[in-house]
Design a binder for this molecule. Structure first.
Ligand code: ZN
Length: 557
């Protein structure tokens, strides 16, 4: 390995000395080694200045690969949850580690070879409560420091979710990109990729050049979207077309939970199906519709349509069409599954002959921003007489964090009896910690979120207790604990719409409108700061002005 590095470094120096025109071969760019990176970045810095001069018109023959930075933070955080999110929740990746988040940028992949990439910091957190100001400042400053060191840049791939809340602070993503602009300047083309549950403030729209979001919920096209953001960025740089001439923006006064806006069912299905063809038109670069994030109380939280391109008429018309199709369908959105109170759902599941019967414990869905430790639902289940006996209908409850109880379970060992309290450390507004007493059925270590997971059997209920909160989205999440959800009568999961594997496994499904930080009953949340009127909170509101507004170019920032 050392020999390879040495040879590459030598070759690089020879190339630079001999030619002064540097065509960075992919083999140099892609073999990550700190030696090469640190040496070549200082050398390429000079090269990129040449590139800037060349772009200003002096010489067409010294063109090198474009220099593209990567940065971004992603979290969906609820201001209605008492939970707080700290820096370590973002599992920030730095430098070359960032590539592992993007399979389309793997070594020797076509896109990887088209540019000189300068990954800075990318952090992704599970959804949760608002991010602390300290965590936000620390992550942003680390990103800005890395960007300062690696510049200048032709482009930036800005990979964010768009629904971050920071304690006592509005529009973090708008703040973040503004501070990035101060470091990288106006010339760099920024391509922003987002979740469709993110929010697009006017400030974010002004500072970015290209912008897009997922077209599917559940987000089966997440990686495809990020790849499109990168491809569009490269295409605009390589072709010399640069920033889009037009960015149309339409704010739509609709705020709906994700569980009503799945693209698997109408009207979300048709509305989003139109986005791809809209974006494929000549004169249009991309088109996107954001549902927005319902569990944060900020003026920027609402649906948005954006279309970017060079043909003013098409950009405007397309944005208007997408926005009116969304507005016109507003009354047709309903929950992705039949809903009910918890007791109604349990009654139906117990009476049904379809198993496994899934019930979403949706109010505390950790992947929407719930604390994940609300005990209300589990307390109600354990109190039901049907589940008191070992021979009762089998039910899996996934899951409740209880670090002390997991320790006790480990001490008791598999087959032993354990008992103790779990949950309600973060969100005790609806119920106190729940008492769990029963037989330890399994103990597993090493999950990246839960760290330790134990299954405790109480009557006919298998309760998954974790050291830290964890979403249960895959069949393997259950089977690795020795549970067989396919052979279980009822499976209750802290989740909203069922993720694909669970959806495929279910014989039937109900969405329980339970309490928590991401209560699906938005009227119970008590918004104070979102813009009004807002559908469906203000049911009698008049038709809004849905004409496209042109966002000023980032050159004018
Ligand atoms: Zn989402």
């Amino acid at each position: 390995m050392k020999k390879v590095i040495f040879l590459n470094v030598c070759c690089l120096i020879v190339c630079l000395l001999m030619a002064r025109q540097v065509y960075f071969q992919s083999s140099f760019v892609n073999k990550e080694s700190h030696t090469i990176t640190s040496l070549s970045s200082s050398l390429r810095f000079k090269d990129s200045s040449e590139l800037n001069r060349e772009e200003s018109g002096s010489n067409n023959q010294t063109r090198s690969h474009p220099r593209i930075a990567i940065a971004g933070l992603g979290i969906e955080s609820s201001t209605f949850s008492p939970a707080l999110t700290n820096e370590d929740a973002f599992h920030a990746k730095n430098g070359a580690d960032v590539f592992s988040s993007y399979p389309f940028l793997s070594v020797d992949s076509p896109l990887r070879n088209k540019a000189e990439w300068i990954p800075t910091l990318v952090g992704k957190s599970l959804p949760g409560g608002a991010v602390t100001r300290e965590a936000y400042e620390s992550l942003v400053n680390k990103t800005l420091d890395a960007l300062k060191k690696g510049g200048p840049y032709d482009g930036l791939f800005f990979d964010i979710h768009g629904a971050m809340s920071v304690v006592g602070f509005d529009d973090p993503e708008g703040d973040f990109i503004t501070r990035i602009r101060k470091v990288i300047g106006k010339k760099t083309i920024i391509s922003t990729s987002m979740d469709l549950h993110g929010n697009v403030s006017w400030r974010l729209a002004e500072n970015t050049d290209l912008i897009t979001c997922y077209r599917m919920a559940p987000h089966e096209d997440a990686m495809e979207t990020k790849q499109r953001a990168v491809k569009n960025l490269l295409e605009r740089i390589e072709s010399g077309k640069g920033k889009p001439t037009y960015k149309a923006y339409i704010s739509i006064p609709i705020l709906l939970p994700g569980e009503k806006t799945s693209t698997r069912i109408e009207p979300g299905k048709s509305i989003y199906k139109a986005v791809g063809p809209a974006a494929a038109q000549n004169g249009i670069i991309d088109a996107a519709i954001w549902i927005g994030y319902a569990w944060a109380d900020e003026p920027r939280n609402h649906a948005v349509v954006m279309v970017t391109g060079d043909d003013k008429e098409k950009v405007t018309k397309t944005a208007n069409q997408l926005a009116s199709s969304f507005w016109n369908a507003r009354s047709d959105f309903s929950f992705v599954a039949p809903t009910g109170t918890l007791n109604e759902c349990l009654d139906k599941a117990l009476a049904s002959n379809k198993h496994p019967f899934f019930i979403s414990d949706s109010g505390d869905n950790p992947t929407a921003g719930g604390a994940g430790d609300v005990t209300w639902t589990l307390t109600e289940i354990l109190a039901r007489p049907e589940f008191k006996s070992e021979n009762g209908p089998s039910l899996i409850y996934a899951s409740i964090p209880g670090p002390e109880l997991t320790k006790k379970a480990i001490a008791a060992g598999v087959g032993g009896h354990t008992e103790g309290y779990a949950g309600a450390k973060v969100d005790a507004r609806f119920a106190p910690p729940v008492w769990i007493a029963g037989k330890v059925e399994s103990i597993e270590y090493g999950d990246k979120d839960a760290e330790v997971e134990v299954v405790i059997r109480v009557g006919s209920v298998h309760v998954i207790v974790t050291q830290k909160r964890k979403p249960y989205h895959k069949e393997r999440d259950f089977t690795r604990l020795g549970l067989n959800p396919r052979k279980t009568d009822i499976v209750v999961v802290k989740i909203g719409y069922l993720e694909p594997e669970l959806y495929a496994m279910k014989a039937d499904w109900l969405l329980a409108l339970t309490v928590g930080g991401v209560d699906q009953n938005l009227e119970r949340l008590g918004y104070k700061r979102i813009q009004r009127p807002m559908f469906p909170l203000d049911k009698e509101m008049e038709n809004p002005d849905l004409s496209a507004r042109m966002v000023p170019s980032s050159n004018n920032r």
